[in-house]
Design a binder for this molecule. Structure first.
Ligand code: SF4
Ligand code: SF4
Length: 469
């Protein structure tokens, strides 16, 4: 017999006689006596399960925790990969287009991953000619996508234009005109658009959204905790804090009925402010708006430009601390989602949806053909890599040229083809790590997926025990 290498055997602190087996390829999970979990774990290297009765063997086989031979599991992985691929149109499977309007920004955040790029590029904003080139490329790609979707009857979704920077919503006539043009293009073609902004001048753009009569699907704004923490970390060019103007923008946007995703950047410096920011959100009554959501996100440095910023940690210390806070104050879980903590989110979805998890093959849009356009006329596939020569996949202005080899390299960095992660048992949750980290540094950036899953199951165990399939 072969015991799946994707089985994770999780001891439950509060229930010493029980364990959970979580298969992190196909997503099946089940509660078993700890003695059975220990037996399977110990038997995994030899595959000798001769002490188990036939009925138990066939149950474990049915759930995909064991196979006759390893090849059966490999075949299942291949089948799922090819099924997933068949559902995607080829021209741009992600159906996403990101526009970096400018590398310029009105803030100087202490951990900014673009600080080097700002020094080496000018403050240009994407020009009208460039914008026209971008729109032509998007329309060509989307016509090809639509054709294929129709022919093969593939699942469809609305293309998304995401607007980012630097800071895309600067208080300049040039930025306002560019945003207005993009909104009209999105409206004309029935595409969604979203904006990632620091929020300082966001409320000055409300008249533009209103006069276009076409609201963004989502506006992502970031704060770093309460005013006290935030103003020390997200600082204006002249040294002033940015908290008050961001909050004012959020109030106005919610009043207009537009969607705000409030990202709260957390690292070891500001974890202690999570409770206070929750109090603040409740006092502002933002959670009363259907169009409001907030999430905790670990500060990351995929570009490795913040080597001296000591608060970033790759281990599970951050999630451990957050879990402790959730256990102490359960309402925090209803205020903040945790989508960027992949291991935790994986278990949460199983618990909430009451169904097995789906393997994640593609970590992000960067490996699915997303196109990122910058003001230098260059093309990328990852927003965070933009501005770096090693991440560039081509140009779009003055001419559209793609470096096929680089493009292929990015697309191969999925959980199946990624040579760095082929042997890893966590690859269907971590999904091969951040591709930009691999391209830029020829190394993986392994996440603490295993510990997050263990912590999450221990957190949810009292809620779900007995109800698992
Ligand atoms: S490649 Fe890395 S940094 Fe870029 S979008 Fe994907 S996960 Fe994010
Ligand atoms: S980045 Fe690390 S943890 Fe993630 S799949 Fe690759 S080897 Fe595994």
């Amino acid at each position: 017999m072969y015991v799946s290498k994707y089985n994770l055997f999780i001891d439950l602190g509060e229930y010493p006689d029980l364990s959970i087996i979580q298969n992190i390829f196909h997503g099946q999970s089940t509660v078993v006596p700890k003695s059975l979990a220990d037996y399977l774990k110990n038997a995994a290297p030899s595959g000798d399960l001769s002490d188990l009765p036939d009925a138990m063997l066939s149950l474990l086989k049915k759930k995909g925790f064991i196979y006759d031979v390893k090849k059966d599991e490999d075949k299942q992985i291949e089948t799922i990969y090819s099924q997933f691929r068949k559902t995607l149109p080829k021209a741009n499977p992600s159906r996403q287009y990101q526009l970096i309007l400018t590398y310029d920004c009105n803030l100087r955040c202490i951990y900014c991953f673009q600080k080097k790029i700002r020094k080496t590029t000018d403050n240009a904003v994407i020009s009208e000619t460039q914008l026209k080139d971008i729109f032509d490329i998007i329309l060509t790609k989307e016509r090809a996508n639509e054709e294929e979707i129709k022919q093969k009857e593939l699942p469809t979704r609305v293309p998304l234009i995401s607007i980012a920077g630097g800071e895309p919503l600067l208080d300049t006539p040039e930025s306002k005109k560019t945003i207005s043009n993009i909104i009209h293009f999105a409206k004309q073609n029935n595409f969604h658009y979203s904006i990632t902004t620091n929020g300082v001048f966001l409320d000055k753009y409300i008249p533009i959204f209103k006069s276009a009569g076409y609201y963004p699907r989502d506006i992502q704004v970031t704060i770093d905790g309460t005013k006290e923490y935030h103003d020390r970390r997200r600082i204006g060019v002249g040294g002033a804090g940015s908290f008050d103007s961001i909050v004012q923008s959020i109030d106005s946007i919610l009043e207009e009925g537009m969607h705000i995703s409030l990202r709260i950047n957390v690292d070891e410096m500001n974890t202690s402010s999570i409770n206070k920011i929750a109090d603040y959100i409740l006092a502002k009554q933002w959670t009363g708006y259907d169009e409001f959501s907030a999430y905790l996100a670990p500060v990351t440095d995929h570009s490795s430009v913040n080597k001296n910023y000591k608060w970033l940690k790759q281990d599970a210390g951050l999630i451990r601390e957050i879990m402790r806070m959730f256990a102490e104050r359960p309402e925090l879980e209803s205020i903040f989602t945790m989508k960027n903590f992949r291991g935790f989110q994986y278990v949460k979805r199983i618990v909430e949806k009451k169904e097995k998890a789906v393997p994640t093959i593609w970590r992000c849009e960067a490996v699915l053909g997303q196109l990122v356009f910058d003001p230098q006329g260059d093309l990328y596939t990852c927003f965070e890599g933009a501005g770096n020569e090693s991440a560039r996949i081509g140009t779009y202005s003055p001419s559209y040229e793609i470096d096929a080899q680089r493009d292929r390299e990015w697309k191969s960095l999925n959980a199946i083809e990624n040579k760095y992660c082929r042997r890893c048992s966590y690859r269907f949750v971590c999904s091969g790590g951040c591709p930009w980290h691999i391209v830029g540094q020829q190394a993986t950036e392994c996440l603490p997926v295993e510990e997050e899953i263990r912590l999450a199951w221990n957190y949810y165990a009292p809620r779900v025990l007995g109800s698992l399939a």
